[in-house]
Design a protein around this ligand. Sequence first.
Ligand SMILES: Nc1ncnc2c1ncn2[C@@H]1O[C@H](COP(=O)(O)OP(=O)(O)O)[C@@H](O)[C@H]1O
Ligand SMILES: [Mg+2]
Length: 268
Amino acid sequence: MSAATTTQPAVRFDHVTKDFGGGVLGLDEITVDFAAGAITVLLGLSGSGKSTMLRHINGLHRATKGDVTVLGRDVSMLSGRALRSLRRDIGVIFQSFNLIGPMSVLENVCTGQLGSLKGPRLSLMMYPRSVRREAMDKLERVGLANRAYQRADTLSGGQQQRVAIARALMQHPRVLLADEPVASLDPVSARDVMSLLKEISAEHQLTVISSLHQVQLAIDFADQIVGLRSGRVVLNRSTQGLDAVQASKIYDDVAGVGTREAAGGGPL
Ligand SMILES: Nc1ncnc2c1ncn2[C@@H]1O[C@H](COP(=O)(O)OP(=O)(O)O)[C@@H](O)[C@H]1O
Ligand SMILES: [Mg+2]
């Protein structure tokens, strides 16, 4: 157990400010450690800076001030080959799944390997057999092997997100970024996807950093909750031993006291 407390964080923000110009601070002096192998949820209202934080982790945004360190590497120092190498260690899933709709489920999963394969692939048979086999294993893991040859756009939202997770796993990521992964899903599918992320994180010691706007999902599935408001960290706590009073305080901290609409797990 002590190993968990002594290992380096997978991701570290050290006094990170992002100035988008015109007085808009996307991030304002953010200092947070993201523990390796854990699930951390970024919780906040729309516009609070969640996506901006995630984009600093894979180098899509550069900090105006401060340092972002990912897997021991200072992101602001990376470009070209070194940045591509970091990005291979970082899987990403999105609210909108970003699958190629007319393509089969299996082929979508195979595309997760494209970062390490040369040249375009025009059909499933152009992927090496080993890749197809691994893609099938990943589909098995997310419970969708029986859908392998179906068009991706014929699946439900929850199933599509599971395919996107399988695709991300093809690159053997050390960090998985999930930007509102369940925002388009019904409540049951949302919980299924969050449970799957939690299981996979435990199986692979995968660091998961996910934005969410539902407090109850954060409490139920995260190890750590980082609350954001107007680009600032307003909360950073473990979900262990959280009681009802502390849970309700999370709403107040993240939404701002007095703006709480509903207790018990509704959206912020
Ligand atoms: N590329 C950009 N240019 C200018 N402002 C941006 C850009 N991206 C985000 N912002 C601003 O930064 C703030 C945080 O946005 P965002 O990270 O997208 O919030 P969230 O993901 O929590 O909804 C918002 O005020 C948003 O308008
Ligand atoms: Mg966002």
